[in-house]
Design a protein around this ligand. Structure first.
Ligand SMILES: NC(=O)c1ccc[n+]([C@@H]2O[C@H](COP(=O)([O-])OP(=O)(O)OC[C@H]3O[C@@H](n4cnc5c(N)ncnc54)[C@H](OP(=O)(O)O)[C@@H]3O)[C@@H](O)[C@H]2O)c1
Length: 277
């Protein structure tokens, strides 16, 4: 039977602890998840690829919150991802899986290298699916646990310049929603989180030009995380931020799919005009 939503940190820890695995935990939204989960008393495994922030972030979180923080430096696109990860998580009980890392691709579809697109599929879809399958099975055995999948407003509508990224995020969104329903009876809560523009190193590195039709206020990563954790166990999907909820409501309810694709495409072109030259 699905259990009630934990309201205290202690209840959260006994439902989703003792440890969480956070992909992309070295920076951005993943790091913000890691910080908030550590504040609630969960031990952590932070996974990232080859960036320099991983060890520094792990040390800071451990020092700030007194929890145990392990690191796993592994490319999510590796075909042997689960075997490699098992070495780092082996005996640990992962009660919460947060899939935050993603490969973002912005640019004209036909001008991008197809190998880059395949890599985005591996990181954003294949790795997410494999991790949820492996850790979800263990959660089912224990009769409790949680899975959070970071997806995006981009996954709600196709848009020029972000076609592959948007399609991978649509996969993540639907996977999470479906599993919310399927795994609830096993005591496993699954949540898809749709973020809009959020201030993170990856977002800043893409050099967006604010002011597009649909570029509402850029959110802080910590605010996205609080909304996500508040929604976990309550519903299948959350759209973070009131402005994002409003724009997705208007796009989804008032426009045809073709009108929405044109409008979102114009907005993305204006945000990333330098990728469309
Ligand atoms: N920021 C936004 O505006 C925004 C908007 C909508 C949705 N989202 C979603 O929110 C999530 C987090 O986004 P974010 O902006 O915080 O940044 P991000 O670029 O998705 O995440 C950066 C983290 O992911 C890791 N990572 C990237 N590729 C990896 C790979 N192949 N293997 C292992 N780790 C890898 C990075 O590790 P290294 O540094 O070691 O490479 C880093 O820890 C993503 O799923 C994104 O799609 C973000």
């Amino acid at each position: 039977m699905p259990s009630s939503v934990p309201v205290t940190d202690e209840a959260f820890r006994s439902r989703y602890g003792p440890a969480a695995l956070v992909t992309g935990g070295s920076q951005g939204i993943g790091e913000a998840f890691a910080r908030e989960l550590a504040r609630r008393g969960l031990d952590l495994v932070l996974l990232s690829n080859d960036g320099p922030e991983l060890d520094r972030t792990a040390r800071r979180i451990a020092a700030d919150h007194g929890v145990t923080v392990r690191t796993a430096r592994v490319d999510l696109a590796r075909p042997d991802l689960l075997e490699v990860l098992d070495e780092r998580t082996g005996e640990l009980e992962i009660g919460l899986l947060v899939c935050s890392a993603a490969r973002s691709l912005v640019g004209r579809f036909l001008d991008q290298d197809v190998e880059e697109k395949m890599n985005a599929l591996d990181v954003n879809c294949r790795a997410t699916l494999c991790l949820v399958h492996a850790f979800g099975r263990r959660m089912r055995e224990r009769g409790r646990g949680g899975v959070i999948i970071m997806t995006s407003l981009a996954g709600l509508h196709g848009a020029a310049l972000t076609s592959t990224y948007s399609a991978t995020k649509a996969f993540d969104l639907v996977l999470g929603e479906a599993l919310w329903e399927e795994l609830r009876p096993c005591g496993v809560d699954v949540l898809s989180v749709c973020a809009g523009p959020t201030s993170t190193p990856t977002w800043e590195a893409a050099r967006p030009r604010p002011g597009g039709l649909l570029s509402p206020r850029v959110m802080q990563a910590g605010d996205v995380v609080l909304e996500a954790l508040d929604a976990l166990g309550r519903r299948p999907t959350v759209i973070a931020g009131r402005g994002n909820r409003l724009s997705s409501f208007l796009l989804g309810r008032l426009l045809t799919r073709s009108a929405a694709a044109r409008l979102v495409g114009r907005s993305v072109r204006s945000l990333f005009a330098h990728e469309d030259e």
